[in-house]
Each structure stands twice: as C-alpha cells, then as structure tokens.
Design a protein around this ligand. Structure first.
Ligand SMILES: Cc1cc2nc3c(=O)[nH]c(=O)nc-3n(C[C@H](O)[C@H](O)[C@H](O)COP(=O)(O)OP(=O)(O)OC[C@H]3O[C@@H](n4cnc5c(N)ncnc54)[C@H](O)[C@@H]3O)c2cc1C
Length: 609
C-alpha cells in the first residue's frame, strides 16, 4: 500500500446523501451520469489513486525534475510519467468536457470528487492533466478558428498553462509589463519574462499551449489594459495538429521548491531568441475577465487539493494512533502495573484527532456544497441559460474554499504530524511531504490576504450582499426546523450565537470601511480584519455544514442503521458537536478584536517593527 488513504465513504455521503443525489445525478440535466455510474467511476478512481497514482508520490519528490539550460527542458521522472499515464488512460477527464468537445455532461461535483482522489494521492497529476478545463475555456471564449486549438489540445493530449505572474507583478497582476504587438497576419508577437508558471515545461506531451496575459502596445495600465493570448510552445497546423516550428516561448529556469517538486514551476521568457507568436483569445480585448474563468477553476482546485491532503494526513495519523502503544491510561496512573494502551486512549490525542476529523469533514462538505452550486450553474449553461443565483453563490464561496480551506488544512496537517510524535518528522511517513506540498496552497492563485480582500470587498460589498443574504437564509431555514432534535440542540444554539458574532463582525467591517469615504486612510482599519473575517465566516459555514450532516446522520440512526453505518453516523454527530462546542466560541473573541481595531498599527513608524 502507498501513502494515500482515501475517504470514499464520506465523499459519497456528501455527493449522494447530503447534496445533489438523484436530483442531480441522472437528472434531465445530467442524464448520462446517474448515481450508479458515478459510484462506479469513483470506485475505479479510488483503486487507481491508492495504487498507481500514489506510487510515484514520494519518489518524484526525492528525485525531482532537473532543468537543463542548454536545451530549456526539465524532463519528469519516469515513475511520475507512469502515474500520469494511468490517470490519462482512464479518460475520466472527459467528464469535464461538454459533449461538443468529446466529453460527457457530468455534474462538476463528480469532477471535484475525482479531483479529491487525484489531488490527495498525487496532486501534480491533476495539475499537469488540467488541459480539458483550459480547452473548454478557450472553446467558450475563442473564435471559430480558435476552437480548433481547443480540440487539438484535448485530442493530442497537450499541456496547458496560465501565465500571469511576473517578477514585479505578483498579487498586483495589473503591473504586468509583458507586451504584445499586432502583426500584419493578425497574430501577435509577445515579449517579456513571466515567473512561477506551473507546467510551462515538461515532457508529458509534445506541445504546450500557454494562455498568456500581455499588454497590447498602446493599451493603458492596470488589469484593464491586459489581453489574453494563446501562445503555443510549437506552432502547428490548426486543422491536422501537425507540429511546425518551435515558437519563441522558452522556459529559462525551473524553481527549486519546498514541496510539490515534481510540478515544474518555470520562468518563461517570450520573444528573446526569436518571436513568440500568439493569438488574441476571441479577437477581443477582455483579458482579465477571460483569465478569471481559469482562475476560478484553479481556486476551486487549490482548495480541494488542500483539503484532500488534510484528509489523507488525518487518516494516516488515525491509523498510527490506533497502533502506537505508549503509556497507561491516565485514570490508572496510580497502578504502576497498569497495561500500556494505544495513544487513542489519551485525552489529548483524542482531542487532536477529533479536531482534524471535524475540520476535514466540514471542509469536504464545503467543497461539495460549493460544487453543488456549480452543478446548477453548469446545467443552466448547458441549456443555453444562466442561473445567476448559482453563479453568485459559487463566486461567494470560492475565497472560502481556497483561502480558508488552504489555511486551515495547513494548520491541521501540523496536528496530523504531531499525532505521530517524532516519527511524524521522518520521511518514513508521508506527512512531512504533505506539509511541504500543501504550503503552496495558501500562496498561489491569490494569497490568503487577497482572498480575504476579495471576499469582503467584491463578494459581499460589490455584490450588495446578495449571495450573503442567500446563505444567511439557508442557515435560518435549516435552524427553523430544529434538525437533529435534542441530540443537536446545544450545537444548534452555539451556531445561532456564532451567526450573530459573524454578523456583528461584518457590520463592524461595513462601518469601518464606510469611514473611508471621509478619510481614505480609514480603509486600513477594515483591511486589517478582512482575512480574520474570512476565517470567521469559514468557521460558521463549516459548522453549519457539519450540523447538516449530523442531522441527517441522526435521522438515519433513528431509522435503524447497519453496524458499520452506526460508526460513521456517530462520528458525524460527534464531529459536528465538537466543532460547535470547541471552535465556534472563539468567534466572540474575534468579534472583540475586530471591534477594537484602529489605525495604530498603520501609524506606527516602520522602524519600530
Ligand atoms: C509553486 C508556484 C506555482 C505558481 N503557479 C503560477 C502559475 O501557474 N501562473 C501564474 O501566473 N502564477 C503562478 N504562481 C505565482 C503566484 O500566483 C504568486 O506567487 C502569488 O500570486 C503571489 O505573488 P508574489 O509571489 O509576487 O507575492 P507578493 O504579491 O509580492 O506578496 C507578498 C506578500 O504580500 C502580501 N500582499 C501583496 N499584496 C497585498 C495587498 N494588496 N494587500 C494585502 N497583502 C498583500 C501577500 O499576501 C504576501 O503575503 C505560482 C507560484 C508558485 C510559488
């Protein structure tokens, strides 16, 4: 057995019992993927993830790709290539494609369920294998001619990248200086240096399509002046796919990283050796909006990756704890001859295990709750309509999935390691690699600070609280029916209190931000707490989702569940109660801190730090 431990039982509970179920799977919107088909796909994926995909996880960490500047190449380890091929051979990635592109209309929640299994077992596979989702975005935004590029990408198995970051343009994407100059034949010449580009060089495919943000000559500053270009590594015949000349986009370095080492992170230089030809996506200058479609998909991926890693971290810790014998039961400390017990008998270990379990199962529910809105949004789009509410709520939840999900997962992975004692620090166990591989999740696709700003200023203020109001109503409707009866009564009360605390924090932020109309510096008061607010909202939503799961579990227990299910459902109830009782009360302190925030931190001379 490899390092990866899947939790298919919980994934299926979310997909088929708590959220969509048969209202989504096998419905008129998704007729080809019913519950049985989805279960079958997931069972196959689980087997693959645990075996072939997980197989190269540590080997490719210890022997990562090496960049050769003479050839601008960074070939991947053979073991990783075998794992990648095993995933691509399943063709399950076609589930992310519309029928017109050779796919099957599957609910996004199934795609993210597959995503959890791949991202948890070997995340770089999903990242190198993301082409279908890029191709879909090119097809949706491109011209008729450019749809041929999308088709080629899928059918020829080419790689794809998203190219925004530059040495002086990280969080501030609008500071990008990469330039594009229109040519007489309608193509563009791109020049500049991009940095930190995932998958920009590898030998998994014979071509790579870069989606590049660049500033057309004469365009203004900021993100509004950026346009999106298709820049292939090799030119090719758009009809036959036959490769032509090498295009002028070269990897000029591959970074040496803390983790996720098999995923090549490249410096990418355009137009230095010879012209880098590109094509304007859709022949319209709407780059940042188009790139945001890629970014949204990537943010969901990052949150799912983080949570998938925590899940296997927790399950590894749990297995260790059930087997590690150390010390006697504290209640028998007076008896020197008391039998030694496994560490699951120690209160502190139990507390730490429950903390990991509650976070990971709550955040998995957050991923699938978000995905259930994507199911609705995609279904509408497939019908040629728009489901505005679904799109709004999905947009609202993405910074929570990405920002809160990645931060909490990283914190909790440290607890998973702690459960193993000194052994956790060794490379004999996978958790040290999980931690190294998961740190990136709080950084790329917008750091947590950027997620916090996005959540408050765009997803709430700019949205005029529409998605937020919907969420609040959903929580109210849930509470109104008193689900879970007496068993969950105390936890429901804790949720009600927490909801008031989060509302109070939000109102404080509104008041603080409004003062900036009079004195622009006042915006710094609110901005000190936007990340804190993201965490508070995340804790509230996660607790609500845990309670939704627990209420259903309680119902099932009352109806008479099998022995195996009794454990699963009891665990659900325990996790929801634990989270409500141990995490939510901290929100009162958070509220006090946010209310007391002022400008003193900003007034402090930098020299005093
Ligand atoms: C492994 C890896 C893979 C990547 N893959 C890609 C990729 O495929 N494509 C791509 O385009 N990019 C990619 N990136 C780049 C990544 O998205 C950026 O690193 C990230 O956006 C942060 O930019 P930065 O590193 O320049 O940090 P900076 O923007 O310099 O940020 C430094 C610190 O300042 C904070 N900060 C910055 N601005 C603000 C602000 N306005 N308010 C509050 N705090 C702020 C940040 O939160 C952070 O803590 C990748 C990076 C890595 C490390």
């Amino acid at each position: 057995m490899g390092h990866y431990k899947a939790n298919l039982r919980d994934i299926e509970f979310n997909l088929f019992d708590v959220f969509g179920g048969s209202e989504t799977f096998g419905s008129a919107d998704y007729p080809e993927v019913d519950v049985d088909t989805a279960r079958d796909v997931l069972a196959q994926m689980e087997r693959l993830a645990v075996n072939e995909l997980a197989e190269s996880f540590s080997e490719s960490d210890r022997n990562p790709p090496v960049f050769d500047p003479a050839t601008s190449t960074a070939p991947l380890p053979e073991s990783f290539k075998r794992s990648y091929k095993a995933y691509m051979d399943t063709e399950f990635w076609r589930l992310a494609l519309p029928e017109a592109m050779g796919g099957t209309a599957a609910p996004p929640s199934l795609i993210w369920a597959i995503g959890e299994l791949v991202l948890g077992s070997n995340p770089a596979i999903w990242m190198y294998g993301g082409t279908p989702q890029f191709a879909r975005i090119i097809a949706e935004n491109g011209t008729e001619e450019q749809r041929k590029v999308a088709h080629r990408m899928v059918e020829n198995g080419w790689g794809a990248t998203m190219v925004l970051t530059e040495p002086d343009a990280g969080s501030d994407v609008g500071a990008g200086r990469t330039k594009a100059v229109r040519q007489e034949d309608g193509s563009w010449h791109v020049t500049g240096v991009k940095r930190f580009i995932t998958s920009a060089e590898h030998d998994l495919s014979d071509n790579i399509i870069h989606l590049v943000l660049a500033r057309p000559e004469g365009h203004g500053p900021g993100t509004k002046g950026l346009s999106l270009f298709i820049v292939p590594k090799y030119e090719f015949d758009w009809d036959s796919g036959e490769l032509g000349a090498r295009n002028g986009a070269y990897a000029t370095n591959v970074e040496h990283k803390m983790g996720l080492k098999v995923s090549n992170t490249c410096e990418l230089t355009f137009g230095e050796k010879h012209p880098a030809r590109g094509w304007l996506v859709g022949e319209v200058h709407d780059g940042i909006a188009q790139m945001f479609q890629v970014i949204e998909m990537a943010r969901m991926m990052v949150g799912t990756k983080a949570i998938a890693t925590l899940s296997t971290g927790y399950l590894n810790a749990l297995e260790y704890a059930k087997n590690r014998v150390q010390g006697a039961d504290l209640a028998q400390s007076a008896d020197k001859g008391a039998p030694r017990v496994t560490i699951t008998h120690h209160a502190d270990v139990r507390r730490e295990l429950m903390q990991q379990k509650a976070y990971v199962e709550g955040m998995r529910a957050l991923v699938f709750y978000t995905a259930s809105w994507q199911d609705r949004a995609w279904a509408a789009r497939n019908r040629g309509e728009r489901d505005e509410l679904a799109e709004r709520v999905n947009d609202f939840l993405l910074p929570v999935v990405k920002g809160y999900g990645s931060e909490r997962s990283y914190e909790q992975l440290a607890r998973s390691l702690q459960t193993l004692g000194g052994s956790g620090f060794l490379q004999d166990y996978p958790i040290e690699q999980y931690i190294r591989d998961a740190k990136i999740d709080t950084l790329y696709e917008g750091t947590t600070a950027i997620q916090g700003l996005d959540f408050f200023f765009r997803k709430i203020v700019k949205d005029q609280g529409q998605a937020l109001t919907h969420m609040k109503n959903e929580i109210d409707e849930f509470l109104a029916t008193e689900p879970g009866g007496e068993v969950l009564a105390a936890a429901r009360l804790q949720l009600v209190t927490a909801r008031s605390e989060v509302e109070a924090i939000l109102n404080t932020l509104y008041t603080q931000a409004a003062k900036a109309w009079e004195d622009p510096r006042q915006i710094h008061v609110a901005a000190q707490s936007t990340t804190t607010f993201l965490y508070a909202a995340g804790d509230l939503i996660v607790s609500w989702l845990l309670l939704r799961q627990a209420a259903l579990a309680q119902e099932r227990l009352a109806g008479g569940a099998s022995d195996k299910d009794v454990d699963f459902y009891s665990g659900k109830i325990a996790a929801a109660k634990w989270f409500a009782g141990n995490v939510l009360p901290h929100l009162a302190t958070t509220r006090t801190i946010v209310e007391a925030t002022d400008l003193s931190l900003m007034d402090l001379d930098e020299a005093a730090f």
